[in-house]
Design a protein around this ligand. Structure first.
Ligand code: SAM
Ligand code: SF4
Length: 332
């Protein structure tokens, strides 16, 4: 195992891409019903199949030792996970091994009462999903109310947690609200990223016609703002400056995949390591954790899975592919 952050990562794939980011799904459960993410009647996983906090932290520790520097907690809705603060505190204690950032992606509807405690536990920042600032559109897309989400955003900022907003665009729902979202976020000084709708929902539901592609997003923004492209960073989003003083990003997984520079791995709530959102299967770690595998045995399994990561779904003949696991179960 590595001794510190300066030693080269062992988590490198056969295409030479180093892995620096790990997304950990803390639960498949969610209090929202976003139609692009959840099946109509979600079947929650039995608790016995979900990793315990100790198991999650053990896998995180091993992977930090191999060069993972940024962990993002996600789900399902991570705020629903009992013991969330314990997870954040335990990860915070792993910083001496090389962890530099602990983030969370959340719908924020239950954030307000927990924001200050999360900050105190060691959370660095939050991505909050906000698909519309129109209460009716928001309700139609998520099945829930907008107001508690806005309260959550305000509470996070008051607690000193930096917030970025993420909006998935669906043509017939919020496809016409690109400028409204950008104006709302700009007025509050909150970075915003538009996400192209990906085929990660209930099999058979995704329709290419509902995807609002990057080119169209830019055309809408150009109708209202001066739009200047910015150099690409390590972030999967392409970045643009609006009117010289505000930045938006576009995650164009469907129209312009960024697989060539992918530095991410995903651990599902049930302990499967996925090397790609579009991988058709993950590498199960839970049984090995529970069978008493040593750290060295687990690491061998993890390194092997990472090494065999495919070039990317864009390289496959029928792209993008639909997968047997939905987004809330995988962890977004
Ligand atoms: N519940 C949290 C939330 O909504 O932020 C975290 C989990 S959610 C699965 C993580 C991210 O995945 C969210 O920003 C969500 O909008 C995005 N997402 C879910 N389904 C998607 C899809 N089919 N295409 C693109 N993004 C999707
Ligand atoms: Fe829940 Fe997030 Fe999926 Fe919406 S996108 S249903 S909030 S997990």
């Amino acid at each position: 195992m590595n001794a510190g952050p300066n030693i080269p990562s062992q988590l490198i794939d056969q295409h030479g891409r180093r892995k620096r980011k790990l997304r950990i799904s803390l639960t498949d459960r969610c209090n929202f019903r976003c139609r692009y993410c959840m099946p109509d009647t979600p079947q929650w996983l039995p608790k016995s199949q979900v990793l315990t906090i100790e198991e999650i932290v053990r896998v995180a520790r091993l992977m930090i030792g191999e060069g993972i520097g940024h962990i993002r907690l996600t789900g399902g809705e991570p705020l629903l996970r009992r013991g969330l603060l314990d997870v954040v505190r335990a990860l915070d204690a792993l910083r001496p091994l090389g962890l530099t950032r602990i983030s969370m992606t959340s719908n924020a509807s239950r954030l307000a009462p927990q924001a200050a405690a999360l900050k105190a536990a060691g959370l660095d920042d939050l991505n909050i999903s906000l698909d519309s600032v129109d209460p009716d559109t928001f309700r139609r897309m998520t099945g829930r109310e907008l107001a508690p989400v806005v309260d959550g955003i305000d509470a996070a900022r008051a607690a000193g947690l930096p917030v970025k907003l993420n909006s998935v665009l669906l043509r017939d729902d919020n496809g016409g609200q690109i400028v409204a979202l950008a104006e709302w976020a700009r007025a509050r000084g909150l970075p915003l990223r538009f996400i192209e709708y990906m085929p990660l929902d209930e099999p058979g539901r995704w329709q290419r016609a509902q995807v609002v592609a990057e080119a169209e997003i830019l055309a809408a923004l150009r109708g209202r703002f001066g739009v200047e492209p910015l150099p690409r960073s390590a972030d999967p989003a392409t970045r643009y400056r609006l009117d010289g003083d505000y930045e938006v990003g576009v995650i164009s997984t469907v129209s312009n995949p960024f697989c060539a520079s992918c530095d991410r791995l995903r651990l599902t709530a049930t302990g499967e390591l996925y090397t790609c959102l579009f991988a058709t299967q993950g590498t199960p770690l839970r049984e090995r954790l529970r069978a008493g595998d040593s750290d060295a045995q687990l690491l061998e399994r993890i390194r092997d899975a990472v090494w065999h990561k495919q070039a990317g779904y864009a390289a496959q003949p029928r792209a993008p592919l639909e997968r047997p696991i939905t987004m809330h179960a995988m962890g977004g």
